[in-house]
Design a protein around this ligand. Structure first.
Ligand code: KIV
Length: 270
């Protein structure tokens, strides 16, 4: 990791220069401490995902997440990061209503949240929004395939692009977002051969989640890969730790120590 780590921050052009040369590693983060650890590990991109609705706030989807909540967590993450590009998700209904609304809210994520870029969900129909944001100086990451803000319209969390017509639409969506000025696109939950094809058709890097190895980079939800969020583990998640189990054991040992009077010990008092 971090072979080409820049002295300063990862920028859109530095990320794009990795395409075809080096894979991009991205994770979500929602707080200062985790962001600092991820940044120290040399990852190029940290996404303050609206997945925080589920992982941090306990909602059952991303739909209730507000701009104020995104700002709160984006500020915390930004304070922990020196090198990674901080991308903030625009939550549901903060960019869909009008171009003015999108510019205003994306601007707040940059000005108040200190994000480097924003991410919006949607394909060709979202291109005018992406174009308006980019024209106003806001770097935009696109997101197509399974777009969680549309879970109610999709009727559940399902792999997208399995039918020929849907795959064709996703290819067109990716090109439209690139032409609108997106600097990168997340491809979520689609067949691996389709994401490879899309990746090869674009100048800009793709970041995959549940989209196979052919993307220019990969992203995971940090709570999933650390084994912190175990209610539901999608097939595409690889668990790199079992922190949930470690935490449960630590809490139980603490309770035991307090009950038995073995904490605090002589090392722990003044
Ligand atoms: O909100 C999120 O965490 C995301 C990733 C799954 C890409 O959008």
């Amino acid at each position: 990791m971090g072979k080409t780590r820049p002295a300063g921050k990862w920028t859109t052009s530095r990320l794009q220069s990795l395409k075809g040369r080096e894979k991009i590693a991205a994770l979500t983060a929602y707080d200062f401490s985790t962001a600092r650890l991820i940044d120290d590990a040399g990852l190029q991109v940290i996404l303050v995902g609206d997945s925080l609705g589920m992982t941090v706030l306990g909602y059952d989807s991303t739909l209730p997440v507000t701009l104020e909540q995104m700002l709160h967590h984006t500020q915390a993450v930004s304070r922990g990061v020196k090198h990674a590009m901080v991308v903030a998700d625009m939550p549901f209904l903060t960019y869909q209503c009008s171009l003015e609304q999108a510019i205003d809210n994306a601007g707040r994520l940059l000005k108040e949240g200190a994000a480097d870029a924003v991410k919006v969900e949607g394909g060709a129909f979202r291109a005018p929004t992406v174009k308006a944001l980019v024209q106003n100086g806001i770097a935009v990451m696109g997101h197509i395939g399974l777009t969680p803000q549309s879970v109610k319209a999709f009727g559940g969390y399902r792999v997208q692009g399995r039918e020929a017509a849907d795959a064709e639409q996703l290819r067109a969506d990716a090109l439209a977002l690139q032409e609108a000025g997106a600097f990168s696109i997340v491809l979520e939950c689609m067949p691996a051969d389709l994401s490879t094809e899309i990746t090869e058709s674009l100048r800009i890097p793709t970041i995959g989640i549940g989209a196979g190895p052919g993307c220019d980079g990969q992203i995971l939800v940090v709570n999933d890969m650390l084994g912190l969020f175990t209610d539901f583990i999608p097939k595409f998640v690889k668990k790199y730790a079992s922190l949930g189990e470690d935490m449960k054991r630590a809490f139980a040992r603490y309770v035991q120590d307090v009950e038995q009077g073995t904490f605090p010990g002589p090392d722990n008092w003044y």
